[in-house]
Design a protein around this ligand. Sequence first.
Ligand code: AMP
Ligand code: GLY
Length: 455
Amino acid sequence: MKLLVVGGGGREHAIIKKLKENPDVDMIYALPGNGGIARDAICVPEIGAKEIDKIVDFAVSHRIDFAVVAPDDPLAMGCVDKLHEVGIACFGPEAKAARIESSKVFAKNLMREYKIPTANYQVFDHPEAARKYLKTVSYPECYPVVIKADGLALGKGVTIARTPEEAEAAVKSVMEERIFGDSGAKIVIEEYLTGPEVSVLAFTDGITIRPMVSSMDHKRAGDGDTGPNTGGMGTVAPNPYYTPEIAKICMKEIFLPTLKAMREKGCPFKGCLYFGLMITEKGPKVIEYNCRFGDPETQVVLPLMKTDLLSVMMAAEEERLSDMEIEWLDWKAACVILASGGYPGKYETGKEISFKKQFPENVTCYHAGDKLKDKIYNNCHNTAYGLCNIRSDGGNIDADKSLVTSGGRVLGITAVAPDLRTALKNAYAAADTVEFDGKYARRDIGRRALEAESV
Ligand code: AMP
Ligand code: GLY
């Protein structure tokens, strides 16, 4: 089979490595892919993940059997719809179902209508109306308030305003200055919830839902959850706060009602549905939905998956997930992100990455933001470079000097082990053998999970 994966980050690398385990897979193209992914797939850096028409043309001309659209933007832009139109089977929701992530207003109204537990909220489409409302929110009793841009905003659209001044500043920058463009035409102002956060990714065909093992992201840049929000600095799985009792409540009150709501709204959700949950004193509540695999959650969840990923993805597309049991390794996984110094603010790129030691078994390096120096991989799909590696064990790029940094999050180092402490120790030990100028990692990934485990 010939597969195509749209995207070029750590999440896509984890998906590709897992897809390759299926012996029927002859070839995987990554559009655009990245330097490290080029060890496992044929990268096409000329085609970006948002260039929908080019992606569709490529899929047709390369006779792709199955496509996986991983990032939020192409999903919201209708990449799956367009691939379906030309008869290509895909994993991922069509645009109208992707609204569950691309419009917070849509998601919140859906939850209100179907009584799915979430923070109380109001929607505003005019800054003056938002200001008028904020004047009625008493300070400090009812603060913080949470202000969210309606549309996609690279994960930066949420402000936790601790004072009326911060709330006003958020309204101004999002709605008037439009720092996120049209994503800020509407905002949601919602109640601030507290409690541990849990990410649950789930395979669904619109009717049946198969949750994956739970995970915990670490979104803030600094140790002890300080500093600005990032795309995620590390993850562990499973999440100790997601007990079997909580899982049962989530299935009944959140997962199944969400699928039903999407069907009844005429946009059944097929693909990977991500539930960002908060376990509050009043039970689990939805903080956000994503219409895709989370990043870096995927880098800890997929390594624990025993069942063949391609078979599950095809079953989701063909609406036969109910026939499928998905098995998980009863181990723990930890992923430490190595980022460029300065991320999520300004950072430099082009730093040579050196792998001092080969990673031990059970440690994997997922590449998120790197590229091959000297552009060797331009046109690599015309060379043996990608082709020869499709069945090899990619990732052992120790002693390789040809990769340079090209993004904020550069690498995700994942270790799996029978217990979390060992997984974390091995992930950090491997992460410490990788070097590039300005390398930055949080040192406390998994600390809260270990504490929770010991309670
Ligand atoms: P999001 O971009 O929607 O993932 O939100 C980023 C982060 O903001 C979440 O992971 C939460 O930590 C936090 N957050 C979002 N909504 C709320 C809320 N209603 N109460 C408390 N924290 C929130
Ligand atoms: N890690 C959170 C996300 O993928 O949005």
